[in-house]
Design a protein around this ligand. Structure first.
Ligand SMILES: *[C@@H]1O[C@H](CO)[C@@H](O)[C@H](O)[C@H]1NC(C)=O
Ligand SMILES: *[C@@H]1O[C@H](CO)[C@@H](O)[C@H](O)[C@H]1NC(C)=O
Ligand SMILES: *[C@@H]1O[C@H](CO)[C@@H](O)[C@H](O)[C@H]1NC(C)=O
Ligand SMILES: *[C@@H]1O[C@H](CO)[C@@H](O)[C@H](O)[C@H]1NC(C)=O
Length: 221
């Protein structure tokens, strides 16, 4: 009798694993998207995204948004896939913006007029009675900043600095090049001047043709 369970267990384990994977695949899933952090500017409205999937469908599904795990900020119910959710209760600054009749079961909310004290964890929780009250949740972290411009400004300043520095160097390089070319030209002109002056000397020598003439004169004479 002892060898029997030992022989069965190699088959039992993959079977259980298969069932477990199947159960996970069918289970209720809640997602806040790829990134679980949101940055918002003080005073702005911020979208807190959330969607859920369920393979066997849902009925009288309950979804709840919590702030910092405890404070309920939105509570809604959805009768079925063919209806939009109805509001049970909410924080006055929270507005439902999702839709559950489309492809995604979108239960996103918008938090209006964000304050610095709104920073923290936002948990989207879903409970499906049709799935033996299966529950699942996902959390998004909100960061509130005073001013976006500050970072923008530093970035702009960096860009201006880099670009300005680049053009400054370019201008400097061009100036140096001009100066060098000018000097080279000057030197060459100087040489030319020397040549000119030497030819001028020739001319003067020509001008002093009289002397040449004088020089030539003797043979003429
Ligand atoms: C945040 O915005 C509110 C108004 O939208 C303003 O009264 C408050 O001073 C701002 N706080 C900071 C720290 O910028
Ligand atoms: C979210 O789910 C985890 C388990 O996955 C549970 O421990 C936690 O209490 C849930 N949070 C809320 C706010 O329901
Ligand atoms: C959910 O709905 C909101 C508002 O219409 C939209 O901005 C957001 O992109 C939607 N999210 C998904 C995952 O479809
Ligand atoms: C919410 O939680 C964050 C950290 O998770 C904390 O910094 C913040 O003070 C909390 N806010 C409130 C109002 O409890």
């Amino acid at each position: 009798m002892a060898p029997r369970p030992a022989a069965a267990s190699p088959l039992l384990l993959p079977a259980l694993l298969g069932l477990y994977v199947l159960a996970i695949a069918l289970a209720l899933e809640v997602s806040v998207g790829k990134t679980n952090t949101v940055l918002a500017l003080n005073g702005s409205d911020v979208l807190l995204p959330c969607t859920f999937t369920t393979c066997i469908g849902f009925q009288d599904l309950i979804f709840t948004w919590y702030f910092n795990s405890t404070e309920m900020i939105y509570h809604g119910k959805i009768k079925s896939k063919t209806s939009e959710p109805f509001l049970v209760s909410r924080n006055p600054r929270v507005e439902f913006v999702g839709s559950t009749t489309g492809k995604d079961n979108n239960i996103s909310i918008v938090l209006k007029d964000v304050e610095l004290s709104d920073a923290g964890k936002y948990t989207c929780h879903v409970k499906n009675p049709k799935e033996k009250n299966a529950q699942h949740n996902a959390t998004i972290i909100l960061t509130v900043v005073h001013k976006m411009e500050e970072t923008d400004n530093t970035l702009t300043l960096i860009i201006v600095g880099v670009v300005g520095g680049f053009f400054g160097l370019l201008i400097l390089f061009m100036l140096v090049k001009r100066v060098i070319l000018f000097i080279i030209k000057k030197v060459q002109d100087g040489k030319k001047e020397c040549l000119v002056s030497s030819s001028g000397n020739d001319n003067t020598e020509n001008g002093l043709a009289g002397s040449k003439a004088e020089q030539k004169a003797p043979p003429k004479a």
